[in-house]
Design a protein around this ligand. Structure first.
Ligand code: LLP
Length: 413
């Protein structure tokens, strides 16, 4: 799949910007559905549950759409849990990941009956056991194993190395499982790992799988039966020209390795479902030249899309010409926002023909775009709009200025 989604025609982009203003996130329902169905309908000898990673894009309309298609969900907080429930997600298809789950979140997840907790440490086994005892119930758990595999991705989004904070080390795994089985309020049902994000080859996933399979056999030897295997998320997408394996080829490779084992497979894809279904539309406010360098100053900024500033994330950028008063000029442009930080850029050194009032389209922005946005520099967050067939439907309104301090309090005197 290419980074450029052809359903977003210049006409649709202009219409969206005229109706809802800029900066604006625009998502394509058909692209989300297609991407999800690549996972959900992939042929496999084993039963597969696709638990969409809510953190990638947590708009409730998108969760609703995915839930209606049969998705499960991977959550990391009570906020994400409540979003999923509000959107109609089924508790029995929810897995709860994350290194530090709060007691309140655990209690609520137990109350609604989620599929399982992905437990990240021995201390967390105690924690969940205690909350389950208070609730007079049993918690289903899966242990997240850190397989110590190099996912060959950006260090900030690599999670399966020994040096990372995530999971229980491979060496401690059997002991941790035995301990989990000794706790009265826990029911051990699965094994889990997640090695990182934006992974563009299958090899690191399959290397982790090999390690987990060895572990599953060791656990069977000590009488611990594993019913599901959760391989986490992480499958990459095309931002520039990456050739990424399809969900189908990944699932087929996993299912082949499982052969005759009776295991349910769980995946937690986020980016691969929504990234290329979304764009960020921004308007060029000013163009500026500083000692030969050309800057297009746009109305979106690092607070709207953090990825370039945080990970040097590259997003393809196109121009949709506006009502040009000045000649557009082709240069090597830096596309920058109005925020007072040098790191506030959306793209550097882009050879483009740009004039003020043009719209720029920042591609592959559907994942970790809006969800990572903030109000830095007291900028209201963007609206989000969904393209459904040929209709533009607002799924989150633009924040207004008074939203910015709605939860703050002036002093009495
Ligand atoms: N499962 C777990 C436990 C995770 O931590 C993550 C992502 C996923 C699933 C989904 O991974 P995906 O399929 O989306 O790669 N903000 C960064 C990405 C951080 C990923 C964090 N964990 C970015 O914009 O690149």
């Amino acid at each position: 799949m290419s980074a450029v989604n052809r359903n977003f025609s210049p006409t649709i982009i202009r219409e969206a910007a005229n109706s809802f203003g800029t900066p604006l996130y625009l998502y394509d329902e058909a692209a989300i559905r297609n991407a999800f169905l690549h996972w959900h309908q992939a042929p496999s000898k084993h039963s597969v549950l696709t638990c969409y990673a809510v953190k990638a894009n947590s708009n409730i309309a998108i969760l609703q759409l995915l839930s209606r298609l049969g998705a499960g969900f991977d959550i990391v907080s009570q906020g994400e849990l409540e979003r999923v429930l509000h959107a109609g997600g089924k508790p029995e298809r929810i897995v709860f990941s994350g290194v530090g789950k709060s007691s309140e979140a655990i209690a609520r997840a137990l109350e609604v009956g989620i599929k399982c907790f992905n437990v990240e440490s021995i201390r967390e086994l105690d924690h969940i056991n205690t909350v389950a005892a208070e609730k007079e119930t049993k918690a289903k758990v899966s242990l997240r194993i850190n397989p110590d595999v190099d996912a060959k991705t950006h260090p900030y989004i690599s999670t399966g190395l020994k040096a990372n904070k995530f999971g229980i080390s491979h060496e401690e795994a059997v002991t941790a499982y035995q301990y989990a089985c000794s706790l009265p309020q826990l029911e051990v049902i699965g094994i889990d790992c997640h090695i990182g994000s934006q992974i563009t080859e299958l090899e690191p996933f399959l290397a982790s799988l090999d390690k987990l399979l060895v572990l599953i056999d060791q656990l069977a030897d000590v009488g611990i039966d594993i019913r599901h295997l959760d391989l986490g998320g992480g499958l990459g997408i095309c931002y520039t020209n990456e050739q990424v394996p399809s969900a189908e080829s990944y699932i087929a490779a996993v299912s082949d390795k499982l052969a005759n084992r009776e295991l349910e497979i769980v995946f937690e894809p986020g980016r691969s479902i929504v990234a290329n279904a979304g764009i960020l539309i921004t308007e060029v406010i000013l163009s500026k030249e500083n000692t030969g360098k050309h800057f297009a100053i746009v109305d979106a900024a690092m607070n709207d899309l953090m990825r370039p500033a945080l990970y040097q994330g590259h997003h393809h950028i196109d121009v949709v010409a506006g009502p040009r008063k000045l000649e557009a000029s082709e240069h090597c442009w830096d596309i920058v926002g109005p925020v007072c930080e040098t790191g506030d850029f959306l793209g550097l050194n882009r050879q483009l023909s740009i004039a003020e009032r043009d719209l720029l389209v920042i591609h592959s922005a559907g994942a970790y775009g809006f969800t990572m946005s903030s109000n830095y520099n007291s900028r209201p967050r963007c609206a989000e709009v969904l393209l459904r067939e040929d209709q533009l439907v607002e799924i989150r309104s633009r924040e207004v200025i008074t939203d910015l301090f709605a939860h703050e309090h002036l002093l009495a005197e």
